[in-house]
Structure formats: C-alpha cells, structure tokens
Design a protein around this ligand. Structure first.
Ligand SMILES: Cc1cc2nc3c(=O)[nH]c(=O)nc-3n(C[C@H](O)[C@H](O)[C@H](O)COP(=O)(O)OP(=O)(O)OC[C@H]3O[C@@H](n4cnc5c(N)ncnc54)[C@H](O)[C@@H]3O)c2cc1C
Length: 224
C-alpha cells in the first residue's frame, strides 16, 4: 500500500512512522524546503514534550475533548512518548513544574534523529510541494518550483497543521480546499490557553495583535 502524507510537522512524521511500521510505502510531501520548521521553533524556548502528572489530572487538561483523547493516550501516553524519544537517543527530564523536556531542551537533535530513522526505514520526502487540492479524476495536485505535479496514492493523510506562524508553513489554506469538497471543517481557533492582562498603554499601542514569544524564559524555573 502506498500512503501519501501531506505535511511534515510532528503529526505528519508520526503518521509516516506508524504507516511504515505497518508495512506501507510512504511519501511525505511538504510545501516548505524542509520539514518540521514550527517544531524547530518550538524547541527554541525549550521543547515541552509532555507532562509527568497522574493520568487522571493529565486527562483533565483536555476538557470536552477528554473522551476522544483518552483512548489515544491509553495507547500512546506520556511514558510511551518518553520511551519513543529514548529510542531516538534523546533522554528527557522532569522539570520542577512536572513538565517533561529533552535533556538539552532542544528539538533539533530529536528532529534530526527522527528524520534519519524515517529515511532509513524507507520514507521518501518531497520538499517544496504545496498541495493545492485535487484534479477532476481525484489525483492530488501539487505546485512545485518545476511546475504542477499530479500524484495518486492508495490513501492520503493530511497533517497540514493549524493556521498560526504561516511563515513556518502552516497557513490554514487547506480549510478552503476541504470545504470546496464538501468536507465539514470546524473554524480554526487558538487551542492554547487564554488569559487577560492589563497591558500598559505602550505595549497596547506597539504590540497589539502580534504573536508573543511563548515558551521563552521558562527554563530558569525548570532547572532551578
Ligand atoms: C513558539 C512556539 C513554541 C511551541 N512550543 C511547544 C512546546 O514546547 N511543546 C509542544 O508540544 N508544542 C509546542 N509548540 C506547538 C507545536 O510546534 C505544534 O503543536 C506542532 O508543530 C503542530 O504539529 P503539526 O504537525 O500538527 O503541524 P505543523 O508543525 O504546523 O506542520 C504542518 C506542516 O504542513 C505543511 N503544510 C501546510 N500546508 C501545506 C500544503 N498546502 N501543502 C504541503 N504542505 C503543507 C507545513 O509546511 C508544515 O511543515 C510551539 C509552537 C510555537 C509557535
């Protein structure tokens, strides 16, 4: 079976790995020149891989989504994730908050080892291939620097990310492509937590609406 994975962020790479482990041939397509760009950014402020708290309170974090997430975590929970990282040669530690990080806090070594293992197990990567939908006969349409390309597969996995930090590849344009095909799509919305801050006049005037540098600076606390 030939499976096409579109999107080479952590979701797409994990899907590729799972498909290969079940005997599929896998081609990964990504619009950018390299995969995992947002994942690399995530590692800049210290990559928080998971949490060490009890299964019950961890599940409680998922609110209404809990019943969807529970069976997934039963198969691949925080400990399994740490074990998976260890399999790539990445050791992890538990910070003072209970959060789990790679021992060097970075995502680049993990991504490098992951891509090496995927390539060795047969995954083929096609960079600078932006998926633009389907043609009349159902083939996937990609726009590439060499022109348009049509690709067919036995199954397709879309792992296109959300709609934040578009310069790292995920621009949410896939929502329109699916709606055109009659697929119901929930509107994209921020999935992180929100909170109210009484910002100063200066910050409001200069930075309102700009993304903040999440994740930065935490590790002074985490490592003591
Ligand atoms: C500053 C920052 C810090 C973060 N810190 C953490 C952290 O500590 N821990 C944590 O777990 N998460 C963290 N995150 C979140 C994490 O990066 C994302 O949850 C994760 O990258 C989502 O993975 P994904 O595979 O779903 O999507 P993405 O990583 O967005 O990957 C989607 C891929 O699809 C490709 N793509 C999109 N559209 C197309 C198309 N039409 N054709 C072809 N390819 C396409 C993109 O190029 C991209 O490579 C952080 C994010 C940011 C911005």
């Amino acid at each position: 079976m030939n499976i096409v994975v579109i999107g080479g962020g952590p979701a797409g790479l994990m899907a590729a790995e799972a498909a290969i482990s079940r005997g599929a041939r896998v081609d990964v397509y990504d619009a950018m020149a390299s995969v995992g760009r947002k994942f690399l950014l995530a590692g800049k402020g210290g990559l928080n891989l998971t949490h060490s708290e009890s299964a019950e309170s961890f599940l409680g974090r998922y609110g209404e989504r809990r019943r969807h997430i529970q069976p997934l975590l039963a198969r691949f929970g925080p400990e399994a994730l740490r074990e998976w990282a260890r399999g790539l040669g990445i050791l992890t530690f538990v910070g003072t908050s209970g959060r789990v990080f790679p021992s060097d806090l970075k995502s680049a070594p993990l991504l490098r080892a992951w891509l090496r293992r995927l390539r060795q197990s047969g995954a083929i990567f096609h960079m600078r291939h932006r998926w633009c939908g389907w043609n009349e006969s159902g083939a996937l349409r990609f726009s590439t620097p060499q022109g348009d390309r049509l690709v067919s597969a036995d199954a397709v996995i879309l792992a296109l990310g959300g709609g934040s930090w578009p310069r790292f590849g995920s621009n949410g344009a896939w929502v329109g492509l699916l709606i055109e095909r009659g697929v119901p799509v929930e509107p994209l919305e921020p999935a992180n937590c929100g909170f109210d801050v009484n910002w100063s006049q200066h910050l409001r005037e200069r930075f309102a609406g700009h993304p903040s540098e999440t994740g930065r600076g935490f590790w002074h606390d985490e490592r003591g």
